[in-house]
Design a protein around this ligand. Structure first.
Ligand code: HGY
Ligand code: MN
Ligand code: MN
Ligand code: MN
Length: 418
């Protein structure tokens, strides 16, 4: 039996150049004139980058499969029948976003697995298979809730609910995915362990001169859909005392949410990122205004107290603007920590590579927040310049991208060795 020809030893500089070249290619999908990207879930740009990514995975010997909600996986099957270390993030983006959010973590996962696959006699014989993952619709900008693909994969969100979610044009996830070929008929690979690398999207790592963030826990988050009901009226002729102006009510709630953050300095972040007004016509008093409110805190008791205070504000607004307010919690997660042994394994990898690391909490949501509730999960950060994210000016130094890739490769190799 002829043994396979010895593989050329890895050339780290060439590997790094390949990664950076692939990252440039990836950043061309949905590229915006100001240097960012727009590739919302199941958009043409997202579909195009997924097709390119499938080709890259296959060229490197991985088998590409999709699950029932469009999560994309590249499988490296080394041990027949063994479960998988699932490594990856998301490629979908916010409407005018940066090139790094999510996409970096998916490409780094792919290159980590390519490097491990190319090693002769890895340090320890593999126990688990490896799967690269591109989670569907993490951002939730076109279809809510966010972190959708990993929520379905982990059983947190029913598949039917996800497939029925619709965008502002009324197109459902099922309809958007149907023609793409990204809807599989299986559950995807069985995960036994998980890892994700992501840009920090804050400036703690940059401020402290730390290269690798070891994510120990997440801030808790509550995302509400709030609908204010008023009454349509002529914006000129209607007497002021007769008006039930939904937009006035919604505006009071936006300001109340901002003032709430001021009551808990440093431990409560609030924002209203989307406001839909109906009928949104210049000469009509709006009868309906829907806002998506985002509350986050590292302390679940603070989040609960903020929720109570917000309810009191709702009652005040209803009386003051003579409107009625409906509020539903559309998505939430707790602080629940990542497994400490995973943090220590990643710390040891960073130390072995001579990289400065430090423990950090994630304020942003990630697919690993869903995954850590199912399997031991390692979450890593690399610095964001100025903490800028969800903004076309998002930036991370190449040296930090490559350092993060080295750590992710070492962590994935060790997780794969069981
Ligand atoms: O909600 C989040 O923080 C994530 O970016 N979807
Ligand atoms: Mn992200
Ligand atoms: Mn994001
Ligand atoms: Mn994420």
């Amino acid at each position: 039996m002829t043994s396979s020809p010895p593989r050329p030893p890895r050339d780290p500089a060439a590997d790094d150049a390949r990664f950076l070249r692939d990252f440039e290619t990836m950043s061309s999908f949905g590229a915006t004139p100001s240097g960012g990207v727009d590739r919302q879930a199941a958009s043409e740009a997202d579909n195009a980058q997924r097709r390119w990514f499938a080709g890259l995975l296959e060229e490197n010997g991985l088998r590409v499969v999709y699950d029932r909600v469009g999560n994309q996986f590249g499988l490296l099957e080394r041990v027949p029948g063994a479960p998988y270390v699932v490594v990856g993030s998301h490629m979908d983006s916010q409407p005018t976003a940066g090139r790094y959010d999510g996409a970096y973590g998916v490409l780094a996962a792919a290159h980590a697995v390519f490097r491990i696959a190319a090693e002769d006699g890895a340090e320890a014989p593999p126990v688990h298979n490896l799967a690269v993952v591109n989670w569907f619709n993490e951002e939730g900008s076109r279809f809510t809730p966010s972190m959708m693909g990993s929520a379905v994969y982990t059983g947190k969100l029913p598949l039917e609910t996800a497939l029925a979610a619709s965008d502002s044009s009324g197109t459902t996830v099922a309809e958007a995915l149907a023609p793409t070929g990204f809807l599989g008929d299986g559950d995807g690979p069985e995960a036994v362990l998980c890892a994700e690398i992501h840009i920090e999207q804050g400036r703690l790592l940059e401020n402290s001169g730390t290269t690798i963030g070891l994510v120990g826990a997440s801030w808790a988050a509550s995302k509400y859909e709030i609908t204010v009901h008023g009454e349509q009226a002529h914006s000129g002729a209607t007497a002021m005392e007769d008006r039930r102006d939904a937009l006035v009510g919604a505006s009071m709630l936006v300001v109340a949410a901002r003032e709430l953050a001021d009551r808990f300095p440093g431990v409560l972040h609030t924002a209203v990122g989307r406001l839909d007004v109906y009928p949104n016509s210049p000469v009509v008093v709006p009868s309906r205004a829907t806002l998506l409110l985002d509350l986050r805190s590292p302390d679940e008791a603070v989040l609960a107290e903020a929720d109570e205070l917000l309810l009191a504000e709702v009652a005040r607004v209803e009386a003051a603007a003579n409107v009625t307010v409906e509020r539903t919690l559309s998505h939430s997660w707790g602080v629940n920590p990542y497994q400490p042994e995973g943090v220590e394994l990643a710390r040891a990898s960073a130390e072995r590579l001579g990289l400065r690391s430090g423990e950090i909490m994630t304020v942003a949501g990630h697919d690993s927040i869903n995954m850590k509730e199912r399997v031991p999960t390692v979450m890593l950060f690399v610095p964001s310049a100025g903490g800028v994210s969800h903004n076309e000016g998002e930036y991370t130094e190449d040296a930090d991208l490559l350092a993060g890739l080295e750590v992710l490769t070492d962590v994935t190799r060790r997780l794969g060795a069981g």
